[in-house]
Design a protein around this ligand. Structure first.
Ligand code: FES
Ligand code: FES
Length: 172
């Protein structure tokens, strides 16, 4: 039997623990072990960004991280954004500003946007485009995505949020 490793991490506020092959990528752990299929796989070259999740608050491409490297850490996926009160302000902004078409890239785009807004609550268009350059969208032409992120930033500033609250932290 292949060597196995035990991993435990907090995913969207819930503790998860599994025994896996040490070579398992974080994206496969999330999708196959935890059934969190909102984190997408759009390439096998680490270029598309559809797999982007927050790892201890920082956006990472989860196809470039081994699940064992996330041991003991905290992960947020797109499933962690909405709460029982409704959609997250980022999701609402993408809805209102038509920041998606097919939606395949959208989970990664929104997570990357959260990473940006946590660092910079009032980004310029250029800063938004720079922060999102690692996530590729084949449909939208990006302008509506930029508009959605600007709108989300404004909504969060008006709400007085200096960090983008996650559904799991709002539950706590
Ligand atoms: S699946 Fe394309 S960058 Fe991760
Ligand atoms: S909305 Fe289709 S890939 Fe971005």
């Amino acid at each position: 039997m292949a060597h196995q490793a035990e991993v435990s991490m907090k995913v969207n506020g819930a503790e998860s623990k599994s025994v896996i092959e040490p070579r398992m990528l974080l994206v496969h752990y999330l999708r196959e072990e935890l059934n969190l299929t909102g984190t997408h796989i759009g390439c096998d070259t680490s270029q598309c960004g559809a797999c982007t999740v927050l790892l201890d608050g920082d956006p990472v491409k989860s196809c470039t991280v081994l699940a064992v490297q996330a041991n003991g850490k905290s992960i947020t996926t797109v499933e962690g954004l909405a709460s029982k009160e409704g959609l997250h302000p980022i999701q609402m902004s993408f809805w209102e500003k038509h920041g998606l078409q097919c939606g395949f890239c959208t989970p990664g785009v929104m997570i990357a946007a959260i990473g940006l807004l946590n660092e910079n609550p009032d980004p310029s268009e250029e800063e938004i485009r720079l922060a999102l350059e690692g996530v590729i969208c084949r449909c939208t032409g990006y302008q509506f995505i930029v508009d959605a992120v600007k709108h989300a930033a404004q909504t969060l500033r008006e709400a007085g949020e200096t960090k983008v609250a996650m559904a799991d932290s709002m539950k706590a």
